[in-house]
Design a protein around this ligand. Structure first.
Ligand code: FAD
Ligand code: NAP
Length: 339
């Protein structure tokens, strides 16, 4: 067996909140064989297997009584190139941002708006990662996953993944599908998305009138570096709540009461509210209790000042949810995966 299984391993370095809990068992998968060995080990020893990538979308609230399998598989390959569209495949354990940079270095466009998102390629489909007006579903060309129920490999098309806002089949059927590799259809000619937030403004400030995909990536990296705490410095899992989708009637009522409410019309007639605006308006921005807090610059991000437990962070999140519901009649849904 090539898989190295360790006992009682601290998960502090393996979750971006920096929460200090222990895994009963821990291993890293460097190949499909390692993945199969880990699942067989779990069956043989009657221990559940929890698959993780970079740990940047996790809230760990207790020690994990499982075999935690960290995906560390590597490999990037071009599968087809017709001169305009290039299909590129990456193994699940590839770190996301370096993969994005690699595609840009090949002159390919499509992933630039998703620059600097932490984590791995294999976790990206889980919540259909998105930023600045692009989601992976927009450039998705398929993935290969292992069905943990049947042990069979399966290829998924775009339609089969049920991608939605921060959601997918893999999240809905949590624990069933182990994503091994993901494919993206990228363009040689750039079709840039500059309409979101401050992207165009940042490029203009830099004097860039006709940006390339790499220019967009760099602009987004600079915006993100200014606004978001670096998990290596201050523990966090990015946005802690999804932006709520509410009825047009509720949004209109709230707009009447709060004229500066941030709301975006959706194709289905609903309105997307900026959860960060609601939380800031309710006075939580910069709040801190012991080592759990709400970031000073971005109210959507909960932070661990060092010694916060997962339960303290969860408790803070639940207090915020209750307060937002009482003030605005809006339900906030947590984004990180809780274990
Ligand atoms: P993990 O946190 O390790 O796992 C997440 C979930 O996926 C878990 O349920 C895990 O069991 C499962 N999983 C992981 N790998 C696999 C696999 N190979 N097969 C099956 N299941 C798997 N997200 C966005 O969408 N947009 C953003 O702009 C964004 N910005 C962020 C900024 C910061 C500073 C941080 C800390 C987070 C941000 N995130 C963002 C959230 C997070 O980075 C992404 O969701 C990322 O895709 C998580 O990847 P990961 O490898 O860290 O997954
Ligand atoms: P922002 O620019 O301050 O905007 C606040 C919210 O308004 C965003 O969440 C975004 O929704 C929405 N928004 C902004 N411009 C929009 C437009 N033109 N049309 C529709 N909706 C618009 O947001 P931010 O917090 O700095 O984040 C910037 C981007 O990075 C966002 O897309 C955000 O989702 C993403 N991000 C995600 C995470 C995470 O952990 N999930 C962490 C950091 C950043 P959407 O979120 O729906 O895009």
């Amino acid at each position: 067996m090539s898989l190295q299984v360790q006992s009682q391993v601290s998960l502090k370095p393996f979750n971006s909140f920096g929460v200090d809990v222990e895994a009963r068992l821990f291993a890293e998968a460097h190949s499909d064989t390692d993945v199969r060995e880990a699942l067989a080990y779990g069956l043989e020893h009657e221990v559940a297997v929890l698959v993780i990538g970079g740990g940047s979308n996790l809230l760990l609230t207790a020690d994990i009584d499982s075999l935690v399998l960290r995906m560390a598989t590597r490999g990037i390959r071009v599968l087809s190139d017709d001169g305009s569209k290039v299909v590129i495949e990456a193994e699940a354990g590839e770190p996301w941002h370096p993969f994005v940079q690699h595609t840009l270095s090949l002159g390919l466009s499509g992933l630039e708006n998703l620059s600097l998102i932490p984590g791995t390629v294999g976790a990206a489909p889980m919540q259909n990662i998105g930023a600045y007006g692009v989601e992976i579903k927009d450039v998705f060309a398929g993935l290969t996953a292992l069905d943990r129920q049947s042990g069979e490999m399966r290829d998924f098309t775009l339609q089969e993944c049920n991608f939605a806002y921060r959601d997918s089949l893999f999240k809905q059927e949590s624990g069933r599908w182990l994503i091994l590799r993901v494919r993206f259809a990228l363009d040689r000619a750039a079709h840039l998305h500059l309409e979101y937030g401050p992207v165009r403004q940042r490029l203009t400030e830099q004097g860039i009138e006709h940006p390339t995909a790499s220019d967009v990536s760099q602009a987004i990296c600079s915006i993100r570096n200014e606004k978001l705490p670096d998990p290596a410095v201050l523990g966090n899992a990015g946005s802690f709540f999804k932006n709520p989708l509410v009825s047009a009637a509720l949004a209109a009522r709230l707009k009447g009461e709060y004229p500066d409410l941030v709301a975006y019309a959706q194709p289905d007639g609903r309105m997307k509210l900026a959860a960060g605006w609601l939380i800031e308006r309710a006075g939580w921005k910069g709040f801190r209790e012991a080592d759990a807090g709400v970031h000073k610059l971005q109210a959507l991000v909960l932070v661990n000042y060092g010694g916060a437990t997962g339960l303290q962070l969860l408790n803070l999140a639940q207090r915020i949810q209750k307060d937002i519901f009482e003030r605005f009649h809006v339900d906030l849904e947590m984004e990180p995966n809780r274990y």
